[in-house]
Design a protein around this ligand. Structure first.
Ligand code: AMP
Length: 280
């Protein structure tokens, strides 16, 4: 695996791959890689001849009271995991300037109304920051494919919209959520959970699944949201939001034929958990 930390070297390697006609997949991450991230790399490998993973903890997507400084950094372990999977190139920008030297040119990248609901409501500006970094990575890499996790459904949706507009030839691939054996979606932030919370956390997914069953019977979205919220609160989760929407992030009416999704974010102690479940 080739490891690069400057934009100049990265571009040089990309040009070389392109000149050889390689099909490139890009997997953007913030590192502290777990099996969820690695599943994205595996999917990328199945779809292309060269896989590029990036590790960059993007300051623009963290609010000022959030965990940018304490976000887990485990670069040596990450490198071994990627080598094992035979990832071809790892780009780890050595500083923010390697990514954002032209930040004034990125002002047009706004997540818009669908970036201001759900996670965007509790994290103002978060998705503008996400779109900026992903746009720069797409511009640098010019990939044929890029893989993102369904776990962060709103992020995936907004990136897909941005890609359609600015990178029409790029195909965004959606990867299923990888969970631990108790159902908890893997996340780098799970490492913040203490012993007690780690036992409670899997209830999040279970309560959401139960809520979907409840909706199928009751056909009442508002009542089901109340039911799920009460269940979460009873188990010590602080509810950020529980929302049933279409997969276009539009209001759901219960007899729609559109694809449906339950989206939720909660806090358990100081740790934010996100989960999304698509259902029919
Ligand atoms: P992050 O490092 O948190 O920015 O995540 C990088 C990518 O990995 C994003 O596309 C996430 O949606 C994806 N991802 C994170 N957790 C999981 C998971 N448990 N299963 C599948 N993909 C995931």
């Amino acid at each position: 695996m080739i490891i690069l930390d400057t934009k100049k070297d990265f571009k040089k390697h990309i040009n070389l791959l392109k000149s050889k006609g390689e099909r490139i997949s890009l997997v953007p991450t913030m590192g502290n890689l777990h099996d969820g991230h690695l599943s994205l790399v595996k999917i990328a490998k199945q779809n292309s001849s060269k896989v590029i993973t990036t590790i960059f903890i993007n300051p623009l997507q963290f609010g000022k009271d959030e965990d940018f400084a304490s976000y887990p950094r485990t670069i040596n372990e990450d490198i071994s995991k990627l080598k094992k999977l035979k990832c071809n190139i790892l780009f780890v920008p050595k500083n923010q300037n390697e990514v954002f030297n032209n930040i004034d040119n990125l002002e047009h990248l706004k997540a818009g109304p669908k970036g201001s609901i759900l996670c965007g409501k509790i994290r103002p500006g978060h998705f503008d920051g996400v779109l900026k970094v992903v746009y720069v990575l797409f511009q640098l890499t010019q990939p044929d494919f890029s893989v993102f996790g369904l776990k962060d459904f709103q992020q995936l949706y907004l990136i897909n919209q941005m890609a359609k507009k600015y990178f029409p030839k790029l195909k965004i691939i959606c990867a299923p959520t990888i969970r631990n054996k108790n159902g908890l979606a893997l996340s780098s932030r799970n490492s913040y959970l203490d012993k007690k919370s780690i036992k409670i956390a899997p209830l999040f997914y279970k309560i959401l699944l139960d809520g979907i069953n409840n909706l199928k019977i009751s056909k009442n979205v508002e009542e089901t949201i109340k039911y799920i919220t009460a269940n979460l609160e009873k188990n010590k989760f602080l509810v950020n939001y529980v929302s049933f929407l279409t997969t276009e992030l539009e209001k759901l009416n219960s007899n729609t034929s559109k694809r449906k999704i339950l989206l939720s974010s909660v806090k358990l102690g100081q740790t934010r958990l996100i989960d999304n479940i698509e259902f029919s």
